[in-house]
Write a protein that binds this ligand. Structure first.
Ligand code: SF4
Length: 257
């Protein structure tokens, strides 16, 4: 049994052990790391080796709790968005959530209240979560950016680069069994690829040992309700992945309104 009281899948267990080994390798000051690091810059180096070197190069997270991350975010001036925000929006939910949703950035309502997904899109996300059989406080909801881009414009590359360490630290602490990226921007930032969401959605990717499934952003679904059925299929894939200890799913009508 896992620490969460559910059955831990062998894959999730292997992924956890792999993450712990990577941390140990990074901290061991192994001399071969410099060679690996230099070789990883070459385009002829196999992609998995380049990815491994990139993970090993990352600095260990300075935060050991989600509250510490939220405090650091609230004081952050790491990109120009700090000057225009009303409140930071670090994310919220269960500290040991099995499922984590990641959107792109706070909107006007989130900026005002300091909470993620509380506007119209948030209400739809709540219905999607309920249709999956979860309560909102059983999952964790966050964004790539913790501050609102003015006018809800798209996140810029340097903003994503500056803010991503907070999300990565949250993922490392929560260790969700599945991550669901909402929309193109969140999916691109996490997967480091630029395919259209149509190509990315509906299948799992490996995100540093955690299964990640991209699907539509609730804001898009509000504008394009015809795609709610496809989104529901994506959510069902997640439900299937979270079994046998996953919650009982409800009918799609619960969010398809
Ligand atoms: Fe800091 Fe992120 Fe806010 Fe930029 S968006 S100021 S990096 S918390």
């Amino acid at each position: 049994m896992s620490a969460r009281g559910g059955l831990q899948s062998p894959v999730a267990d292997i992924a956890r052990q792999a993450r712990e080994l990577l941390v140990q390798v990074r901290e061991s000051r192994w001399p071969g790391f410099d060679t690996l690091s230099q070789q990883s810059a070459s385009p002829s180096t196999p992609a998995p080796v380049r990815k491994l070197a990139a993970i090993l190069r990352e600095e260990p997270s300075p935060w050991s709790t989600l509250e510490q991350i939220a405090q650091a975010v609230s004081a952050c001036t790491g990109c120009p968005l700090h000057a225009t925000r009303t409140q930071t929006v670090p994310g919220e939910g269960a500290s040991k959530a099995r499922l984590m949703f990641v959107g792109e950035a706070p909107g006007a309502d989130e900026d005002r209240l300091g909470r993620p997904f509380v506007g119209a899109a948030g209400q739809l996300l709540d219905k999607m979560i309920a249709a999956m059989g979860f309560a909102r406080d059983q999952v964790f909801i966050a964004n790539i950016l913790k501050c609102r881009p003015p006018g809800n414009r798209d996140p810029l590359e340097h903003e994503v680069a500056a803010c991503l360490p907070y999300l990565l630290a949250q993922i490392a602490l929560i260790r969700p069994e599945v991550i669901c990226s909402l929309g193109r921007h969140a999916s691109h930032a996490l997967l480091e690829r630029k395919d259209s969401l149509g190509k990315l959605r509906g299948r799992f990717f490996d995100y540093r040992g955690t299964p990640l499934l991209p699907t539509f952003h609730p804001s898009y679904l509000l504008r394009t309700p015809a795609d709610k059925g496809a989104a529901w299929k994506d959510l069902q894939l997640i439900m299937h992945r979270l079994k046998p200890s996953g919650p009982e799913q409800h009918s799609p009508e619960e969010y398809d309104r």
